[in-house]
Design a protein around this ligand. Structure first.
Ligand code: 5AD
Ligand code: SF4
Length: 432
């Protein structure tokens, strides 16, 4: 009989992909089926995030819950970024945890499950040439890692300490994975890395020269690939050649994440982001002028140490000028082993105030953007049947669209006329 696995994933798209790799790896050696009921699981795993303090606190409260609910003999493991960051301290604090496997050590999971007390958290461990078995959550979309780690050392960010230095995965391994994915039904390829457009900077075993733009070109030549998406690019590496490819390659979805963090050049300097307010605005203007229907999302941190009212006004100025389609906004959270944690902190109330102002202004922009889609025709890739009988898909510029329809629409890309809009999604009618 197969073992039951309960796995909870916190954090970003990289973690979602790591969870798929964990499931693939466990099934290579044993038979596992996933369950959403922790009480029937033989193995319970939390794939953690450590980017802010909140998810770390959540880990320990959840571990306590899982300990109470688990069936006799069920094992508990902690994976991901907080595993890398806290290592054996997790077992010290929660001695019932059986193993800890860091974000850069996913290939070691089966061994860890079998050996109680295992702690594998080497952030220099090189998995770039390790070919994981095939497993993905979606029939229609495949997430594929193109690089591991990050070299940037932004002063607020713990990720270099949890995922190590940046190393690119060889292009032939990526292209092979793309081919295997389309052979098993995927139409959309989602490329993942902490800093995707720095692809090719360093490979572990060769002096090969490769750029992200070239990788996009090669992937789009693979027969069966209909859509390509990627996250996260870094504004600093958005050169003209990359923007041109993004604008003109019909297979690349016209939605792009351009993480601002702050609109103040001084704060950007303190964050060690490597670009100015003007560079950021220039990149967004260029993208918008080349791709009229583009959807731009961003990350913004408010109340970074030293952020004055004027600095925050600069952030709001960029928000007003770019009018982002989506903002992931965060109040600065001091992280261990980062230089910003030792700077003078901003009182929490100021952060809360700035955050709510940003959210209010952004809501207006979202309403404007979404309403402007009514009457347009969009190509929608349908991927999910909702319990109310609606079918959900994403447009080419990655807006969620709902239509009335049935199961046979799943996996198809069809033209849809948009008939109404809410702040976060659209409703439409199929034309073709
Ligand atoms: N505090 C708040 N937000 C952070 N992020 C990264 N580190 C921190 C931190 N210490 C945000 C950044 C990043 C996103 C994934 O999380 O905006 O782009
Ligand atoms: Fe969280 Fe960053 Fe790790 Fe992703 S890479 S899981 S966002 S800490």
């Amino acid at each position: 009989m197969s073992n039951k696995l309960f796995i909870e994933t916190l954090g970003c798209a990289m973690n979602v992909r790591d969870t798929e790799h964990i499931i693939a790896e466990l099934n290579k050696h044993d038979d596992y089926t996933t369950t959403t009921n922790v009480e029937e699981a033989d193995l319970i795993i939390i794939n953690t995030c450590s980017v802010r303090e909140k998810p770390v606190a959540k880990l320990f409260s959840e571990l306590g819950q899982f300990k109470k609910k688990r069936k006799n003999g069920a094992k508990i493991g902690v994976c991901g970024c907080t595993a890398s960051h806290l290592g054996k301290d997790i077992i010290k604090r929660a001695p019932y945890v059986d193993f800890v496997v860091g974000a850069r050590n996913v290939s070691k999971i089966s061994n860890a499950v079998k050996n109680k007390g295992t702690v594998e958290i080497d952030i220099n461990y090189d998995e770039t040439a390790y070919e994981f078995s095939e497993y993905r959550n979606s029939l229609y979309k495949a997430s594929i890692n193109i690089s591991l780690g990050c070299d940037k050392q932004c002063s607020f960010c713990i990720v270099p300490a949890t995922r190590g230095d940046e190393i690119s995965i060889p292009a032939d391994i990526i292209l092979n994975e793309v081919k295997k994915s389309v052979d098993t039904g995927a139409k959309e390829i989602f490329l993942l890395g902490q800093n995707v457009n720095n692809y090719g900077k360093r490979f572990s075993a060769s002096e090969e020269k490769y750029t992200f733009t070239k990788l996009l070109q090669e992937i789009s030549k693979v027969e069966g690939v209909e859509r390509i998406r990627f996250t996260s690019p870094h504004p600093l590496h958005m050169d003209d050649e990359f923007i041109e490819e993004f604008a003109t390659n019909p297979k690349i979805c016209k939605s792009i994440h351009v993480p601002l963090q702050s609109g103040s050049t001084q704060i950007l300097k303190d964050m060690k982001r490597g670009y100015t307010k003007e560079w950021f605005l220039n990149r967004c203007e260029r993208i918008k002028s080349k791709v009229p229907d583009v959807r731009i999302s961003t990350d913004i941190i408010v109340a970074f140490p030293g952020e004055s009212d004027e600095d925050f006004a600069d952030t709001m100025d960029v928000v007003e000028k770019v009018k982002f389609d989506q903002i992931f906004n965060f109040k600065y959270s001091p992280r261990p082993n980062t230089s910003a944690a030792t700077m003078e902190q901003i009182p929490d109330e100021i952060g809360t105030k700035r955050l709510s102002h940003l959210i209010e202004v952004h809501k207006e922009h979202q309403n404007e953007h979404m309403a402007s889609n009514v009457g347009k025709t969009m190509k929608v890739f349908f991927e999910d049947l909702k319990p109310n009988g609606e079918i959900m898909g994403f447009s080419d510029n990655y807006i969620q669209v709902f239509v009335q329809g049935s199961e046979e629409l799943l996996g198809q890309i069809l033209e849809v006329k948009i008939i109404s809009a809410s702040r976060t999604s659209l409703k439409g009618k199929i034309l073709s």
